[in-house]
Design a protein around this ligand. Structure first.
Ligand SMILES: Cc1ncc(COP(=O)(O)O)c(C=O)c1O
Length: 404
């Protein structure tokens, strides 16, 4: 842990960064990759000179890196400014083929970026919106309800791979199977899941899978992974002279080349967190980056699970703390309130002690409304791989001042 934490310059300020669910810090390798891209001389794509060629290599490298992170193919990786922007773009494009009488299914568990774009597209197309409900006591999103919700006219099922507040990881594979059985597409929000678990888009059954690099030690941009053959069937609004090819036609305007160099560095950073199995066997061929990513993320998942147990155990000591959600499979993210203090007051109290947490609904708007938590939401403390026991203990000590 000391070696991993030393890679992150920002952690040297002594704060307990439990705000990773809203954006992680970046390791020095990412900062240097971005700086190196600018330092080398930067050109736009398609030029006759070397700086242009360097940008082309950066884009190709970043597509390959994201494909290795989520198990997709690089020809199916689309970059965008944010997962929200990508959801708007894909929902707008897909909804042109919807007709009244069709329906879509969204979930009450999701971040609003995988809800509102679909609802607004459905409104324009005159399409029915069906809701999958989260169990407000357990925080589960039961997959069985999708058998009732999905029908022959269902076009899209939009669901999260992990809640960004209560951490619930629904059975996306089962949900996607039900969607595919009627020919519907499954659009999976992988923004909160990707930093915490090994991801395999094919195993999930995700037709579209979004992930935001700034949640996994990368720069502020997002990617969508899909089968290139599926992308060939989708036509977004685009400029006349820009490429009609997949995945380029989904990318509006000039890509942020230096940040894309940072994406590749972030995936390399994740891949190096744990040794791949067999890596130390003499004579064995070196593990691929995909294999190293899977080994690392498996290690990250178990490391975070143990630390999350410490966090949950600490919070459970206080009668005045209400914790939301207790799903069986969950990302290491706690969402809670302290009786007698607003979420903002708790966050300010912790900030004064050098502990960074979020307060509010964190855009899990439907879930917070259903839980009766709007407009203040709750306090969110989320773990990522660079957090350690001292971060958790400082959170618990800070809450103890308030909750005893
Ligand atoms: C689960 C989830 N989905 C979507 C988003 C939105 O991502 P972006 O900021 O890239 O639009 C977030 C951001 O917090 C998130 O946590």
């Amino acid at each position: 842990m000391a070696a991993v934490r030393a890679l992150y310059p920002a952690l040297a300020d002594g704060h307990a960064y439990l705000d990773g669910a809203a954006g992680t810090q970046v390791p020095i390798s990412v900062i240097e990759a971005i700086a190196a891209a600018y330092r080398a001389g930067m050109g736009n794509l398609g030029g006759a000179f070397p700086a242009s060629g360097r940008s082309e290599e950066i884009v190709a490298g970043a597509r390959a890196a994201v494909a290795d992170l989520v198990g997709g193919t690089q020809e199916g990786v689309v970059f965008g400014p944010s997962a929200t922007a990508l959801a708007y773009q894909i929902s707008e494009a897909l909804s042109r083929a919807w007709t009244p009488g069709d329906d879509i299914v969204v979930s009450r568990l999701d971040h609003d970026s995988n809800v509102r774009p679909w609802i607004q597209a459905a409104g324009r197309a005159g399409v029915t919106v069906k809701w999958a409900e989260a169990d407000l006591v357990t925080g589960e999103l039961p997959a069985a309800q999708y058998a009732e919700l999905i029908g022959p006219r269902t076009r899209v099922v939009a669901v999260t791979a992990a809640s960004n507040v209560i951490g619930t990881r629904p059975d996306v594979t089962a949900i996607a199977q039900l969607a595919h059985a009627v020919g519907a597409l499954c659009y999976v929000d992988g923004v909160h899941a990707t930093p915490h678990v090994p991801v395999d888009v094919a195993a999930l059954g995700a037709d579209f899978y979004t992930t935001s690099a700034y949640k996994w030690s990368g720069p502020h941009l997002a990617a969508l992974a899909a089968d290139p053959e599926l992308l060939e069937t989708v036509w977004p609004d685009k400029l006349a002279p820009s490429s009609n090819a997949v995945p380029w036609r989904f990318e509006r305007g000039t890509l942020p080349f230096a940040d894309l160099a940072g994406i590749t560095a972030a995936v390399e950073h994740l891949a190096a967190l744990a040794p791949a199995s067999g890596a130390s066997v003499p004579g064995a061929s070196p593990a691929s980056r995909r294999e190293r990513v899977l080994a690392s993320m498996t290690a990250v998942e178990s490391y975070e699970a143990a630390l999350f147990g410490r966090l949950l155990g600490g919070l459970a000591e206080f009668d005045r703390v209400t914790l939301y959600g207790k799903a069986a499979r969950r990302a290491p993210t706690a969402f809670f309130n302290v009786a007698g203090a607003t979420p903002r007051a708790v966050a300010e109290h912790l900030a004064a002690r050098g502990v960074n947490v979020w307060d509010g609904d964190n855009y899990a708007y439907e879930l917070c409304t259903a839980l009766g938590l709007e407009p203040d939401g709750a306090v969110r403390a989320g773990l990522v791989h660079y957090n350690d026991a001292s971060d958790v203990d400082r959170l618990i000590e800070g809450i103890a001042d308030l909750a005893r």
